[in-house]
Ligand binder design. Sequence first.
Ligand SMILES: [Zn+2]
Ligand SMILES: [Zn+2]
Length: 260
Amino acid sequence: MTTIKDFIATALQESMFNLGLYLFFGIAVFVVVWIFLKKVWRWRRIQPRSESRTHFFRHDILFSVGSILLAGLLTACITLLDKWGYMKLYSDFNAYGSFWGIAQLFLLVFFYDAYFYWTHRFMHHPKIYRWVHKTHHKSTDPSPLTIFSFHPFENLIEFLPFLVLPMLIPIYWPMLFLWQTLDLINNVVAHLGYEIYTRKWFRIPLLKHKTTSTHHNMHHELFMGNYGLYFTYWDRWMQTEIKDYEKRFDDVYRKRVQHS
Ligand SMILES: [Zn+2]
Ligand SMILES: [Zn+2]
């Protein structure tokens, strides 16, 4: 009985926390960038002719609320499984050595990047697309309101590693939290609708492999190609990178010259 009560309490608490994240990273960022900075950042717009419509915003908010509740339930599952001893989550940084303490973050990031690329491509399969992933693609010109706008089945697919990996390998709690924070920031940048990285991005040795806002924006605009999440490696290796990608990125900065 206490377990059910605890589970419901954790699910509600996590849902409230996720709602707070959406209010800040989704709605507040939308208000600041899409409304207050609209004129000043006009040259940063990736799709100069806005394709966004009010009903897309409504759709994105509605599905985001659904995702928030589902994520609350799934996080409560992690907490419950941890309580029952099925999880290898730990709180003492030195428990598995400092090397593993740091290295696991890289492993989580690179593993999830590959996982996302292939599940994303799977969801774009013509026979599957309209049943699941189409929900996320409603906005062809995505905004920060799109960050949690997913079909529940897509939520389950993308959440699975957060549930399964801590059962298989020891994960330091703060690293799990850090990974989720980085993932959230990446998600906001990907759906910003405005390019915020420096003009010289593709000339910076390591950073140039990191996906930009333009990268994912083009995916929403054109549906095919640019499936990557954190890095562009998989799209390059699998030849799914959209041809004009770097040119479109440069176009943003060409507009700045025209506006100045
Ligand atoms: Zn997609
Ligand atoms: Zn997206």
